[in-house]
Write a protein that binds this ligand. Structure first.
Ligand code: NAD
Ligand code: MG
Length: 384
């Protein structure tokens, strides 16, 4: 039995991870579940999977959760220190990190330091601290298995290959919710418009990141660290059908692609069951349903965030952390109708241009850079 801790169990990735566990009861036992505020759902999950402990990130729901589980032996905890405690607990073998945003960084690091396998959905971990995280994983001999579909695809394409044979990684991009909207119309985009992702049903933050292409920029940074490859050799192409999840081009001119339905159960099960595969496909895939697969260049004027991500990556140090922190503030403001769509990239640009820079950050430096980026983004948005 592999013992799992799931961080972010009530979210989009979290609930789909629970589906995989349900289908493989002989393989997995869940020791801890973590969520931010949806305590009723968390309590229900805790009962169903007979877990040992639960953590509610938002401490104001501690009492309610405790009350809801008082007839059980499940330990109830709250707050970020408790999340860190379960992330490094000796009681689990694998930590599935499906938290959103910067909040995922420390738990990932602590889980690696405690020698756990990591199934990583929280890409912000690698965007902010890829260098430190991959260094720690190497030192500890810990595997980091990506859940992000593009990185799962690349990992699958690289199975059995020699690293020296890689020429380029080609990350596909659906184009997000605004792909049929012109550059001129972007100023009037509402959260409701940006939340309508054409292919994937995901949490609100990543759906907005997909509309701005911040998500794709983050995936470039994520790939840079996961596969230890220079940014110049990571390409992005628009692929509106979301059937080819990404590709690898090799030195002999051969290109491998991984295809499948746009269903996160597949990459989640690949990460959890690796090196085995799930016996049952969620829904079988027929290439005949997709006689036309198309590919196109990204419009870099309409989507400046992609180049900003490459720029942050080449500056290195705290720059990607600054980009991430400012983005988190701006996306939350946009979702609350407090700023316009174009302010998201505006806030990122402002933060990167005004933040202090540290070339060799530690985890503490990241905390400071994240706080500074958030303050800068707030200042930018207040001035608007
Ligand atoms: P979501 O908003 O649906 O769920 C997030 C989960 O994390 C929830 O359970 C929430 O309670 C919890 N959480 C968030 N902040 C927390 C905090 N501070 N403390 C404790 N718990 C907290 O998000 P999601 O779409 O599942 O995305 C999760 C991560 O996976 C993100 O990093 C996202 O970029 C990545 N990802 C998601 C998808 C997808 O299909 N949803 C695909 C690829 C990558
Ligand atoms: Mg992705």
């Amino acid at each position: 039995m592999e013992r799992l801790t799931i961080l972010g169990s009530t979210g989009s990735i979290g609930t789909q991870t629970l589906d995989i566990v349900r289908r493989n009861p002989e393989r997995f036992h869940i020791t801890s579940l973590v969520a931010h505020s949806r305590w009723q759902e968390l309590a229900q999950q805790a009962r169903e999977f007979e877990v040992e402990s639960v953590v509610i990130g938002d401490k104001s729901h501690y009492r309610e959760l405790q009350e809801a589980l008082k007839d059980t032996r499940i330990e109830v905890m709250a707050g970020s220190e408790a999340i860190e405690e379960v992330a490094r607990s000796y009681r689990s073998d694998t930590v599935v990190n499906a938290l959103v945003g910067y909040a995922g960084l420390h738990p990932t690091y602590l889980a690696i330091e405690s020698g756990k396998r990591i199934a990583l959905a929280n890409k912000e971990t690698l965007v902010v601290g890829g260098d430190i995280i991959m260094g720690a994983a190497k030192r500890k001999g810990v595997e980091i298995l990506p859940i992000d579909s593009e990185h799962s695809a690349i990992m699958q394409c690289l199975e059995g290959e020699n690293r020296r044979s890689i020429r380029n990684l080609i990350i596909t991009c659906s184009g997000g919710a605004l792909r049929n909207i012109s550059r001129e119309e972007l100023a009037g985009v509402t959260p409701e418009m940006a939340l309508k992702h054409p292919q994937w049903s995901m949490g609100a933050k990543i759906t907005i990141d997909s509309a701005t292409l911040v998500n794709k920029g983050f995936e470039v940074i994520e790939a840079r660290w996961l596969f230890d490859i220079e940014p110049e050799r990571i390409k992005v192409v628009i692929h509106p059908q979301s059937i080819v999840h990404s590709m690898v081009e090799f030195t002999d001119g051969s290109v491998k692609a991984q295809l499948g339905n746009a269903d996160m159960h597949t990459p989640i099960s690949y990460a959890l069951l690796y090196p085995e595969r799930s016996k049952e496909a969620m829904e079988s895939f027929s290439i005949l349903d997709y006689p036309t697969l198309t590919f196109a260049e990204v419009d870099r004027v309409k989507y400046p965030a992609l180049d900003i991500a490459y720029e942050s990556l080449s500056r290195g140090g705290t720059a990607p952390c600054t980009m991430n922190g400012a983005n988190e503030v701006a996306v939350a403001a946009f979702l609350n109708h407090k700023c316009s769509y174009l302010d998201i990239v505006g806030a990122i640009r402002y933060a990167l241009d005004n933040a202090s820079f540290e070339a060799r950050p530690t985890l503490t430096t990241y905390d400071e850079a994240n706080d500074e980026a958030r303050e800068l983004a707030e200042r930018y948005l207040q001035r608007r």
